[in-house]
Design a protein around this ligand. Structure first.
Ligand code: FAD
Ligand code: DHB
Length: 393
């Protein structure tokens, strides 16, 4: 079996890359460890930047996103018991973000791939990448009891943080930067109307809380919890009771509670691998970097990696130019590090760090007070939140 680009992983990076390459006439096969239903069952990100929306349009799968997605022009910061609106659009010459769940985007991409008759191996076992440091890379895997070898020109490692691609790089060839936070996010999804039209990011002495949403009838809420906490310890009632303690009076009046559709704890981590290219293998999305979720950059960074990488492949096949592929790692990392900085800063300002004590809490509140009073500081938040521009080269 042979293809031009073998894509490992059918998360948003792999599916989006596959669709963009297909549109450009570049043959690709995706190999995914999990089943399609499992991939669709993972509840993750919910906010798309303009850069991501543009790419989804370019991939030809934007119709439902535009019909059902909710355009947001601001966010609210809650601290010291008061809410303050950050007018993202006014501060960024009209830029906006879109509320559209990763699950929905994944579903649209899976459907488009199926409609185009493209090959995806789901539930593949023992996926291994070979020969990427030479001219003849290949991927081996098992599927429905049969062993397969896929020969290819390039391997795209879109297999997430725990994937096989980064793990297959010799240790001396890669540098990893990491910060692990001492807490996680407990998320709850419910078919209840959102508590507010816009997202509320709350800094409280009891810890961070986020009121997000997936639609006008579906809400997503998060609570900062210690890493030692277990999801089994959190009944729905306990979740709602704790959320109430972290919200203001008006939000408490409007909060509609209900049964959870999903509840899970995600640890928070900052991580970057350098470089993102190893001969004929490229890393994209969570395979190469992780941000803590505050500010919703994870999925959007995956999309900007894919924008640069797909451009590199398109230049290679249509113009016989290696320039885009040669520049991929450096271009992608320039944007990644800025998003890492923003996510780390927003996380540091909004979460409760017990070891920082009451002084730390006051520093955060002073920074937040400055942020909402200063046009310059609000603009810095807004321009990062809506997404920094892509670099031409
Ligand atoms: P993934 O979505 O991880 O996809 C990688 C795919 O590769 C998976 O389908 C995996 O099964 C497959 N794979 C792994 N190993 C192999 C292998 N050996 N062989 C074949 N396939 C393999 N971001 C936000 O912006 N907001 C959020 O609220 C948010 N919440 C998150 C919650 C969790 C629990 C996690 C893990 C991430 C969250 N993120 C969030 C981050 C965001 O979801 C990711 O940045 C995004 O999914 C990255 O997409 P990806 O395709 O690069 O990686
Ligand atoms: C969501 C997650 C985020 O990390 C964020 O900053 C905003 C929204 C969400 O899952 O809806």
């Amino acid at each position: 079996m042979r293809t031009q680009v073998a894509i490992i992983g059918a998360g948003p990076s792999g599916l989006l890359l596959g669709q963009l390459l297909y549109k450009a006439g570049i043959d690709n096969i995706i190999i995914e460890r999990q089943s399609g239903e499992y991939v669709l069952g993972r509840i993750r990100a919910g906010i798309l930047e303009q850069v991501t929306m543009d790419l989804v349009d370019q991939a030809g799968v934007g119709q439902r996103m535009h019909e059902e997605g909710l355009v947001h022009e601001g966010i609210e910061l809650l601290f010291g018991g008061q809410r303050h609106r950050i007018d993202l659009s006014a501060l960024t010459d009209g830029k906006k973000v879109m509320v559209y769940g990763q699950t929905e985007l994944t579903r649209d991409l899976m459907q488009a791939r199926q409609d185009a008759g493209l090959t995806t191996y789901y539930s593949a076992a023992n996926v291994r990448v070979h020969g990427f440091d030479g001219q003849t890379p290949s991927v081996t895997f098992e599927h429905e009891g049969q062993s397969h070898t896929l020969e290819c020109d390039f391997i795209a490692g879109c297999d997430g943080f725990h994937g096989v691609c980064r793990a297959s790089v010799p240790q001396g060839a890669i540098t990893e930067y990491e910060k692990v936070y001492p807490f996680g996010w407990l998320g709850l999804l419910s078919d209840t109307p959102p508590v507010s039209d816009e997202l509320i990011y709350a800094n409280t002495p009891r810890g961070f809380a986020l009121c997000s949403q997936r639609s006008l009838t579906r809400s997503r809420y998060y609570l900062q919890v210690p890493l030692s906490d277990k999801v089994e310890n959190w009944s729905d009632d306990a979740f709602w009771a704790e959320l109430r303690k972290r919200l203001d009076g008006e939000a408490n009046e409007r909060l509609v509670t209900g049964a959870s559709l999903e509840k899970s704890i995600a640890p928070l981590r900052s991580f970057v691998a350098e470089p993102l290219r190893f001969g004929r293998m490229f890393l994209a999305g969570d395979a190469g970097h992780i941000v803590p979720p505050t500010g919703a950059k994870g999925l959007n960074l995956a999309a900007s990696d894919v924008a640069y990488l797909s451009q590199g492949f398109i230049e290679y096949y249509s113009e016989k130019s290696q320039a885009g592929l040669d520049h991929y790692s450096q271009r992608a990392l320039a944007r990644i590090w800025k998003a890492e900085r923003f996510s780390w800063w927003f996380t540091s300002m909004m979460h409760h760090f017990p070891e920082e004590g009451a002084f730390g809490q006051r520093m955060q509140e002073a920074e937040l007070a400055y942020l909402v009073q200063s046009h310059a500081a609000s603009t810095a938040l807004a321009e990062n939140y809506v997404g920094l521009p892509m670099q031409a080269r």
